[in-house]
Design a protein around this ligand. Sequence first.
Ligand code: RB5
Length: 147
Amino acid sequence: MRLAIASDHAGFELKETLKKYLQQTHELVDFGTTKCEPTDYPIVSIKAAQSVAQKECDLGVIICGTGIGSCIAANKVKGVRAALCHSTDFALMSRKHNNANIIVLPGRFIAGHYAIEILKKWLETAFEGGRHQKRIDLITEYERQQS
Ligand code: RB5
């Protein structure tokens, strides 16, 4: 599986930690940042989100300080369902019910080992489909009407 990964400066350290873990099992495409210098989260988040929307990557992982800005930015890209996850339960539900194709993590609020647990849960959980598919379809239909 090919994963897009991106962060701003506030998520850079966690991004590098997660890359070490993910590199063992996944192909990674890193959309930056490559340093701790101030980086505007919309730039890197939107690039990673576009790669998922265009199916160049299967899923995406984005990190900023709170995760809020990156989640807002990523969700502006048509076809993206980005979920800000603070816990393994949120990771589980974002896949089962929302078919989230991007996980957003709050780099300034969770430790590296817990972020790995959240990410592991997210990657191993499948979308349930059924009644949830109809709700995803309603979002997709709304996006279609906007373009
Ligand atoms: C950067 O200081 C911070 O605003 C950013 O990482 C993020 O938390 C935005 O939502």
